[in-house]
Design a protein around this ligand. Structure first.
Ligand SMILES: [Zn+2]
Length: 432
């Protein structure tokens, strides 16, 4: 409901002074040297103050802008909590390294564990909201339904905190399943929509070592950015100390993000700082897959396509091989480029390929866990696989759901090449 949303913003504004003071206290960077008892801690190098109204959508996985970070700067985010068993351990690990992060909490989880939300605040972390029930249907529900989910989530977290002073106007769509109308609503409320710059797939059934590898490899590929993790996952708890240790070893610095208030103005930045460089690195899930020249090969067995087989231009997916008539060019004596193995053109009517398609099924980006990450380019993958809001006693159930989903995905797409033409047709049908 708009009224509740506006009330939420008014709460933020009315509490601006209090929050500003809190933010000033919480925003003090904890240099490693200042981390009591942990002289080798990673620490928090600086606090970045952002104005959601100036930059309402961030995270290059889906949007043009991301946080204005310097090279080797990282923002840690944790979704779906609080869940005492694992969230408390995440808090302890972060505290031991004097690292500040941003937590996107679920309203229902906050109702079940309000003390967990207060612990986030008391530890000086930023708290955003992640809807009331974590439905994975934001991209297809009505805006009115979405407003209800958003506003209820804000209300639940606010109630857990006792007031809205420590709740930042930051929101992340469950499963990153965004919708433009909902984004507009959030922006109208002064709420900043957070996507991410890279994931570590810690909601999947992978080992903690794999979470560590993905986090570090994907960070290294971009050089900086927003990392999305889940504080409710045991594998994340297990991976986090090693991730933080490696960040320090590789010279990365942690940035803590807080919202601007009248008393705490936004950190001065230039517009270009909100662009991740270079543009070719910014793979936007929201634009996948616009397929103006998507073609299928006629061969029976060819290697599966890699992300590097595509070129992203202004949100349009282009194959690297243009649909050229090779024979005609040969006849004219035009030199031909080396032919890529995939995809060769063959006419296939795609008139019904909608221009605004949903986020791709995560199965499209199924990661072959048995292969080393360095052997293939890092592909974007959709966020959560969970189907329900996890509670502490439900976590195992959620894990089973994820597992089942992953098995389904593996059945749908072979884990290893080749992908045949019928297989690709199946994938496209699934996408549409
Ligand atoms: Zn989530």
């Amino acid at each position: 409901m708009i009224g509740k949303g506006l009330a939420g913003v008014r709460t933020w504004q009315c509490a601006a002074l209090c929050f500003g003071l809190l933010a000033c206290i919480a925003a003090q960077p904890a240099a490693a040297a200042d981390c009591p008892g942990h002289p080798d801690a990673l620490g928090t190098s600086r606090t970045l103050v952002v104005d959601p109204r100036e930059h309402p959508r961030i995270g290059t996985m889906q949007y043009a802008e991301t946080l204005p970070l310097e090279d080797h700067e990282v923002v840690l985010t944790f979704d779906d909590g609080p869940l005492p068993r694992n969230s408390n351990q995440v808090l302890q690990i972060l505290a031991s390294e004097c690292v500040k992060a941003t937590f996107f909490t679920i309203g229902r989880m906050a109702k079940e564990n309000p003390e967990g939300v207060r612990k986030l605040r008391d530890a000086g972390h930023s708290i955003g909201s992640h809807s009331q029930n974590h439905p994975l249907t934001f991209h297809k529900m009505s805006v009115e339904q979405a407003k209800q989910e958003i506003d209820d989530g804000i209300a639940s977290v606010t109630a857990a905190l006792g007031d809205g002073a420590a709740l930042a106007p930051f929101f992340r769509f469950p499963g990153l399943l965004h919708a433009e109308g909902v984004e507009e609503y959030l922006a109208s409320q002064g709420i900043q929509t957070w996507s991410a710059d890279f994931l570590a797939d810690d909601w999947r059934h992978v080992s903690s070592s794999r979470v560590y590898e993905l986090a570090i490899n994907r960070l290294e590929a971009k050089g900086k950015g927003i990392l999305l993790l889940h504080d409710i996952q045991a594998r994340t708890v297990a991976a986090l100390p090693r991730i933080l240790h490696e960040l320090k070893a590789r010279g990365y610095r942690i940035v803590h993000v807080v919202p601007a208030t009248p008393e705490l103005p936004a950190t001065p930045t230039e517009p270009q700082q909100w662009q991740l460089h270079p543009p070719s690195e910014t793979v936007a899930i929201s634009h996948w897959p616009k397929i103006p020249n998507f073609v299928f090969t006629g061969a029976d067995t060819l290697p599966a396509p890699a992300l590097s087989d595509f070129d992203w231009r202004d949100g349009q997916l282009m194959t690297l091989v243009e649909p050229l008539d090779r024979a005609r060019r040969l006849a004219r004596g035009v030199p031909l480029p080396r032919e890529a193995p995939w995809p060769r053109q063959s006419p296939l009517p795609l008139d019904n390929a909608a221009s605004a398609l949903p986020v791709p099924a995560e199965s499209i980006f199924e990661i072959q866990e048995k292969r080393h990450a360095a052997r293939r380019p890092v592909a974007p993958s959709s966020h959560h696989a969970e189907q329900t809001v996890p509670s502490e006693r439900e976590t195992d159930g959620v894990a089973r759901l994820i597992s089942a989903d992953a098995r389904d995905s593996r059945r749908m797409i072979p884990r290893s090449p080749p992908i045949t033409e019928p297989g690709l047709r199946h994938v496209l049908r699934h996408l549409i």
